[in-house]
Design a binder for this molecule. Sequence first.
Ligand code: FAD
Length: 567
Amino acid sequence: MSEAWDDEVDLLVIGAGVAGMTAALVGALEGLRVLLCEKTDMVGGITATSGGTIWVPGSSQSVRADVPDSSADAARYLASVIGARGGEAQRAAFLEAGPLALDDLEARTDVRFVAAQAHPDYLGNHPGAAFGGRALGPEPFDGRLLGADFDRVRPPRPEFLVLGGMMVARTDIAPLLKPFASRANLSQVVRLLTRQARDRLRYRRGTRLVMGNALVARLLHSLRRQGVPIRFGTGLAELVRQGGRVVGAVLEGPAGRRRIRALRGVMLATGGIAWNPVLREQLFPEAARPLSLAPETHTGDGIATGLRSGAALDAEMDSPGLWMPCSVLERPNGTRAVWPHILLDRAKPGLIAVNSTGRRFVNESDSYHDFCMGMLRAQETAPSIPAHLICDRSFIRDYGIGLVHQGTRRLAPFIDAGYLIEAPTLRELAGRIGVPPEALEQTVAEHNRFAETGVDEAFGKGSSPMNRFNGDAGHGPNPCLRPIGPGPFYAVAVRPAELAGSAGLRADGDGRVLDTAGQPIEGLYVGGNDMGSIFRGTYPGPGTTIGPAIVFAWRTARHAAGMTPAL
Ligand SMILES: Cc1cc2nc3c(=O)[nH]c(=O)nc-3n(C[C@H](O)[C@H](O)[C@H](O)COP(=O)(O)OP(=O)(O)OC[C@H]3O[C@@H](n4cnc5c(N)ncnc54)[C@H](O)[C@@H]3O)c2cc1C
């Protein structure tokens, strides 16, 4: 005999990150009674701490930004990058629905997108790659509009905040570093600082929200306007099945365990593998298991629960995770700062990465994911985790390295903490990081020869549009290469941390979870990182996870609302 239900909705969404919030919002817009439940006391998940970049080809926003993009070019690009790794039908659904989803959200909610004029695809030497227009960002948002809900938005990573809680957008970096370079820079800096000074009097952090925080805040604002209930501190305990169908879920929250009936379906959107020890051990290479950039409360509940309910695991991919090289500073009080080396240092001229042999192993200016893939490959033949980023003093002055920001004069705190390793000569640096001194000297000498010609004959640093975009445009002949030296020399240790799992539950183009026979499990949907990546563990461009998370959540909600086909 079945137990009684405590509540009944049409669509029950588990997890309030970009995927869950988008699905809940679109479901409500399409007339469904939606309940969004969130394990923690804040919305946003990893999304709120992210760059918020959204990879959606062929958008009307790209036309608006004067960099019209083409879905057909993107299809060629994906075919070339992904090859025969599967997922064609899902990618076709993504490309077809992407522009419509963005337009629909803009038309009916407070979510706004801006296509970047320049934000190149990560594998720009493949046919169909775009330099601009394909990656979008959320428009900045004024957190004050949320009222008390501002505290419900998960804050960004503390390492990415400055001046007591101010967010820094990509476009703020240059003016903040060179305020006196132009009148425009100066006025932008004055505007930012004035706003931050005011915010500090009234708020725990700056209210000018950008990147992932702006996206989440916009979604929250829209959800509130639609009156969608959000149950905080309430996690998924179990799915309820009747026959082959998922008919609801048991939630665990402040009111204890409650059985929620979901007439149209339950959507799993809990942020992927993250800290789930069993899934990490089962899926990730050993060297990539220790670090994740997800909040500790992300314990892989969606995937684990889906698997218990008969879902198939989608894990045959180029890589089971997407990675960022991270350095870690251990503070005397026992806390630690983890710095993802995304774009500020690796591609700049005058930096190389070496493994335990004292040799380079990768193009340092490739994407964070491809850098880490290089590290993991190198690990198969020689210890490469941690690897060390190597530079000289002038590099730190000009670009900074990790947590040691550009222009930092007092290096002692970083050296004392063991984060930055300093030595007057390469030989001594080699001793301190445990690599053969002759090899390190030879490696730097060879790199410096490449810097003279501008051609990295070993790994092609600076050979793709994205490499050069993240280099130093003012430096030639190759914006990613300049000689290293004279000393003193510096090293920072980096390790791969997963920024998102790419393995997840197997799904179709509407986000319906498939069982091990490839059949949809009626009433069960999945989104975001809980879903196997449609890019099959490759990393085509900026916004690789949030783009599909939005588009499939849109399709899922419409499917649940009976709009089949979803377009
Ligand atoms: C530093 C950094 C920068 C990044 N930048 C980008 C970028 O610019 N573009 C891009 O595409 N990707 C980026 N990523 C990756 C991207 O942020 C994530 O892949 C994406 O945001 C995941 O969205 P999601 O909705 O799946 O999960 P999340 O945003 O993590 O949301 C999941 C939510 O589910 C909740 N939850 C967990 N368990 C339960 C449970 N049992 N019951 C109820 N709720 C639960 C969580 O608390 C969380 O709120 C970045 C990642 C990092 C670390």
